[in-house]
Design a protein around this ligand. Structure first.
Ligand code: ZN
Length: 220
């Protein structure tokens, strides 16, 4: 019954506002209570598995293209198999003298609408009607840093919605082109595929999962 009420109230909410206000934590908590029990056991919290990732996660701050903090805190959740693959990539990166920087992982579907309202261009933000691989928990937005945490030059910041962010852009320095290739080579070695319009985005090969809407808690 409570699930029905939630669906009804969300429908009403969405029809009025087009997107969910995650600042309204009671809605976020309701979403979580509906989905977490069924799904969370098949997900991994990346930093819990390996603390050497550098957690940038700008959506947990106001320093992002939305100019709004849309995540309650910086946590990277992925489907278990995608997370395990990324853990392997981190080991490989470290063997080569680097660490993976995390910008974004799983993203609740209703936040996709919010992003699309601001950047309604499917080259850069997936249409929320279909959802993004981020909403399925099988996509990551990442970069590389050296072992001390100093980020590598990649030519643009994360979420630069311009052609300079395209993997093959000749408008960025030779060093940035080399570093983009290094990141891509590491990721492609173990079951991830690249996305040419965003040097930072990679999909895990298995994408059969449904979109999700749970919002994580920050109390641990
Ligand atoms: Zn992405």
């Amino acid at each position: 019954m409570s699930k029905l009420i939630l669906i009804f109230s969300l429908t009403l909410f969405l029809s009025c506002n087009n997107y969910i206000e995650v600042e309204n934590t009671s809605v976020a908590q309701q979403l979580e209570s509906v989905t977490k029990k069924d799904t969370i056991k098949h997900w991994l919290n990346l930093a819990q598995e390996d603390s050497t990732f550098i957690m940038e996660m700008p959506y947990a701050t106001e320093d992002n293209f939305l100019k709004e903090k849309i995540y309650p805190c910086a946590k990277c959740f992925l489907r278990e198999d995608a997370a395990n693959a990324l853990l392997e990539e981190q080991k490989m990166a470290q063997d080569l003298g680097y660490r993976i920087v995390i910008f974004d992982c799983y993203r609740p579907l209703l936040l996709q609408q919010k992003m699309f309202n601001i950047i309604p261009d499917t080259k850069y933000v997936a249409d929320p009607k279909r959802g993004s691989n981020h909403n399925k928990g099988v996509a990551v937005d990442i970069s590389l840093a050296d072992l001390s945490g100093e980020p590598l030059e990649m030519g643009t910041a994360f979420d630069d919605f311009s052609e300079r962010a395209h993997y093959n852009s000749q408008q960025v320095s030779a060093v940035a082109q080399k570093n983009r290739k290094l990141l891509r080579d590491i990721m492609l070695s173990n079951n991830f595929t690249p996305y040419n319009n965003e040097w930072w985005h990679f999909n895990y090969k298995k994408k059969v999962y449904p979109n999700e809407n749970f919002v994580w808690t920050c109390d641990e």
